[in-house]
Design a protein around this ligand. Structure first.
Ligand code: KIV
Ligand code: ZN
Length: 529
């Protein structure tokens, strides 16, 4: 069966979501997981957009083996140079250059005409090609581009050395039949089209991203650009899990294959959701919490007789397991180390000891520790100890509350060797804790989002809190977990406050800012992708 190449852009288009803001360590962890998922290419970022993103892409290029590592650049020499510097150490580097081809982009964004825009694109492509043998060229807003002009651009960029040509539906405007026709128009009119991998990149503004992508495959596209959980600019991108599982489940119809290891889908989805602070809707296809929950009596009866009556995908094919091996307080270091390495984490001694200490305290409170608990403990430990980001850490807290008195919290935070303490009243115990933390930090943080969820379904489950706060134009996400949700919330808030402090100190580094712009050094540049 012919192969469809999976190009994952969770770390680039996905990370453009307001407030997503991953730091280099988090991006690296997601990239490792995408490599385990066996995608063909990882678009690691847009290096010119910020020093932090440059560092993240560079780290991924140096450490993640297997997939091609891609960096995005506008058709601008400086962008391309910076992108190349970020990925040149990768096992398989690829530069991704993009330039609008629709009249609205050419005239309104660049003030050019079609010929001049093509000239600019070719010049940029040739420069990229002089640095890197593998260059992808994206005709931004292709679905709203004059088809004859699009064919001309595609033919000339192939002649100039592009190895992949990408046809984006940048604004999610296409409908499946029409988008499929556009791909077959290119196959018919571009004389050298068979010299490249033809790719598509669909946005989900009309909820058609997956359908458009599949229509493109049927008409000759062989690379698809997608993101985990469908995250991405505005309404998101085509969802990786939907495309991969449609091809796999309906191989009778599509007759293609991908190299993705579907058993890693669920873990990848959870990791991305958690680190980006973007919960997956319960009824989301493939990875939603209800995707395999059968509630009607008729369905349950059918499932008990034969799962195939109402289930087209087996949960275990996505890596959803019935808690494989349960650990307890007596499991010891060996069993925990074994579990952690099977999950794919590579911890050094100090990190492992930190995880072990936390594991023992959780196992003391909860009788049984499930895989999901271990996952959260490891991630919490790794991501809470980000060098340079940790101004405050939670020492302790006390809350007094009841139905006839205003809740009051007393919080103690450590800042280096100093213990700082404050009390505050709030509308609820969590509000009181957050206010006390603000008092210690000497600043008000606007709470934009706050969620708590149980990691497993037992009563003593670990609760995971996610908070998103903003201050002075910066937004940050914090996470914390504990069997006590007040503690989880306090940890999450402290982490978010630390991150905001870090962003304010490093003004040139921001992401997911309100206006969708990204910062380059001291000058701002709009990320139009
Ligand atoms: O949506 C888009 O057109 C893009 C390009 C950079 C591929 O993200
Ligand atoms: Zn896009």
């Amino acid at each position: 069966m012919e192969k469809i190449f999976i190009f994952d852009t969770t770390l680039r288009d996905g990370e453009q979501i307001p407030g997503a803001c991953l730091n280099p360590r988090e991006k690296l962890e997601i990239a490792f997981q995408l490599a385990r998922l066996q995608v063909d290419a990882i678009e690691a970022g847009f290096p010119i957009s910020s020093p932090g993103d440059f560092e993240a892409v560079q780290g991924i290029a140096a450490r993640v083996k297997g997939p091609t590592i891609v960096a995005l650049a506008r058709a601008v020499r400086k962008d391309i140079e910076v992108a190349w510097n970020a990925i040149k150490k990768a096992e398989k580097p690829r530069l991704h250059v993009f330039l609008g081809t629709s009249d609205i982009h050419i005239q309104k964004k660049f003030g050019l005409d079609r010929d001049k825009a093509l000239e600019r694109g070719l010049e940029a492509l040739k420069f990229a090609k002089s640095l890197c043998p593998d260059v992808e060229y994206s005709t931004e807003d292709a679905s709203r581009t004059n088809p004859e002009y699009l064919s001309r651009v595609v033919e000339q960029v192939i002649a100039a050395g592009a190895t992949v040509v990408n046809i984006p539906d940048t604004v999610g405007y296409a409908v499946p039949h029409q988008f499929g026709n556009l791909i077959s128009h290119l196959k018919e009119t571009v004389s050298n089209i068979d010299e490249v991998v033809l790719s598509v990149h669909c946005h989900n503004d009309l909820g058609l991203a997956t359908a458009n992508t599949l229509a493109a495959i049927e008409n000759g596209a062989r690379q698809v650009e997608c993101t985990m959980n469908g995250l991405g600019e505005r309404a998101g991108n085509a969802s990786l899990e939907e495309i991969v599982m449609t091809i796999k489940t309906r191989k009778d119809y599509f007759k293609f294959q991908t190299s993705v290891n579907a058993r890693e889908v669920m873990r990848t989805s959870k990791l991305v959701s958690r680190l980006m602070g973007m919960p997956v809707q319960a009824n989301k296809a493939i990875v939603g919490a209800n995707a395999f929950a059968h509630s009607s009596g008729v369905h349950q009866d059918g499932i008990l007789k034969d799962r195939a009556t109402y289930e087209i995908i087996r949960p275990e094919d996505l890596g959803i397991t019935e808690h494989a091996m349960i650990l307890t307080a007596r499991s010891g270091r060996h069993a925990l180390r074994d579990k952690i390495s099977k999950m794919g984490y590579d911890l050094d001694e100090e990190e492992f000891e930190g995880v072990y200490e936390r594991f023992v305290s959780v196992a003391d409170k909860k009788k049984r520790v499930y895989d999901e608990d271990v996952d959260i403990i490891v991630q919490d430990m790794i991501f809470a100890h980000l060098a340079g980001n940790k101004l405050y850490s939670l020492e302790s807290y006390k809350v007094r509350t009841g139905n006839s008195e205003a809740p009051e919290a007393r919080v103690r935070l450590r800042r280096e060797e100093v213990i700082l303490e404050a009390s505050a009243e709030g509308s609820g115990p969590i509000d009181a804790i957050f206010r006390a933390i603000d008092k210690i930090a000497g600043a008000f943080h606007k709470l934009e989002d706050f969620q708590v969820k149980a990691v497993t379904e037992t009563k003593e489950a670990i609760g995971e809190a996610t908070v998103r706060v903003s201050r002075e134009g910066h937004r940050a996400l914090g996470r914390g977990s504990s069997t006590d949700i007040l503690k989880a919330s306090a940890k999450a808030y402290v982490e978010a406050v630390n991150r905001i402090h870090f962003l304010l100190e490093h003004h040139s580094q921001t992401c997911g800012s309100d206006n969708g712009s990204v910062v380059q050094g001291t000058s701002r540049a709009h990320n139009t992708a």
